[in-house]
Design a protein around this ligand. Structure first.
Ligand SMILES: C[S@@+](CC[C@H](N)C(=O)[O-])C[C@H]1O[C@@H](n2cnc3c(N)ncnc32)[C@H](O)[C@@H]1O
Length: 290
């Protein structure tokens, strides 16, 4: 005799128990998201149909997802998506998972750029998933953007997100590396707004980060060199040549890095302003004008 198929509620319970045992916070919440993804249904549907028998393929898929999460793979990679500024961004292990702290850069851009309808030219150095640049292209409907990244795989994700968000026609992507000469010339500036969230973790500190980050997120997106500032030096050196007089530069900083980034921008001939704080009160975005 075959065992009766488990209900959605029973599958949810089993997944939550496994995640709890693995020390995952919010285990029940995450289990529900994984189950909804495995079943291809909404959370609301699951709540209404918890007592229904789940197809065996859903049980099997949920077991796979749960095992991945137990190994600390980020939820965003398992679900294939992360929300940023209320927009859905596809993500995969070739791009950094968009962080809520980075939304501070969008707030700053909206406050500093005087017109929503102007045809701003915007560049994003280290565009990754595209969460910064594509959000800006949505908020500034006549703007055009250039996204640069050293990772061709990341740029494929940017492109897919641009198409899904309806901004691909106003986007150009450039595969380039700020460690190489003449990268800045290839962007075709100058720009009214230059943004960047570069890798800023000190190399030696990466191994000590949460396993979700250290083991799964791309090291190219994390590793800021021995002092965490290597990318900022390259970007600061090129910034004045990339931005029009009166244009804006917005750079995301790691905790405690804002003073050094301001100093680099000042040395490069820009006028840094007061950093913008994230919701945790950390100086997160360093602004500068040209
Ligand atoms: C911290 S992630 C930021 C991604 C995205 N902008 C965001 O805010 O989520 C840094 C990005 O810079 C890219 N990157 C790292 N080193 C680079 C280099 N030398 N030249 C160009 N891009 C680089 C990485 O591939 C990654 O996509």
């Amino acid at each position: 005799m075959r065992a009766a198929a488990a209900s959605y509620d029973a599958l949810l319970r089993d997944a939550a128990v496994a995640l709890t045992a693995a020390g995952i916070d919010n285990a029940r919440f995450e289990a529900r998201l994984l189950l909804a993804h495995a079943a291809g249904v909404t959370i609301e549907w699951l709540i209404a149909h918890g007592g229904d028998a789940a197809p065996p393929v859903v049980a099997e898929t949920l077991r796979e997802f749960t095992a991945r999460r137990v190994r600390r793979e980020p939820m965003a990679y398992i679900l294939g998506e992360r929300e940023f500024w209320g927009l859905p961004f596809k993500v995969s292990p070739v791009v950094l998972v968009p962080r809520p702290d980075s939304e501070t850069l969008i707030e700053a851009a909206l406050a500093l750029m005087p017109s929503r309808t102007a045809p701003w030219r915007i560049a994003d150095l280290g565009v990754g998933s595209g969460c910064l640049l594509l959000t800006l292209l949505r908020e500034f409907p006549n703007a055009r953007g250039v996204g640069m990244d050293a990772s061709a795989a990341a740029l494929a994700v940017t492109q897919a997100n641009a198409e899904a968000l309806g901004v691909a026609a106003r986007l150009r992507l450039v595969e380039a590396d700020w460690r190489q000469p003449v990268w800045a010339e290839r962007l075709g500036g100058p720009f009214d707004l230059l943004v960047s969230n570069p890798p800023y973790i000190e190399t030696a500190a990466i191994a000590g980060l949460m396993p979700d980050v250290a083991r799964f997120e791309p090291h190219l997106a994390l590793d800021g060199g021995p002092d965490g500032l290597v990318a900022y030096r390259a970007i600061a050196e090129a910034a004045a040549g990339l931005v029009v007089p009166g244009g804006q530069v917005l750079i995301e900083a790691g905790e405690g890095q804002a003073p050094e980034i301001s100093a680099l921008l000042l040395t490069a001939g820009l006028r840094p302003g007061h950093p913008w704080k994230d919701l945790g009160g950390i100086d997160r975005i360093v602004p500068a004008t040209h």
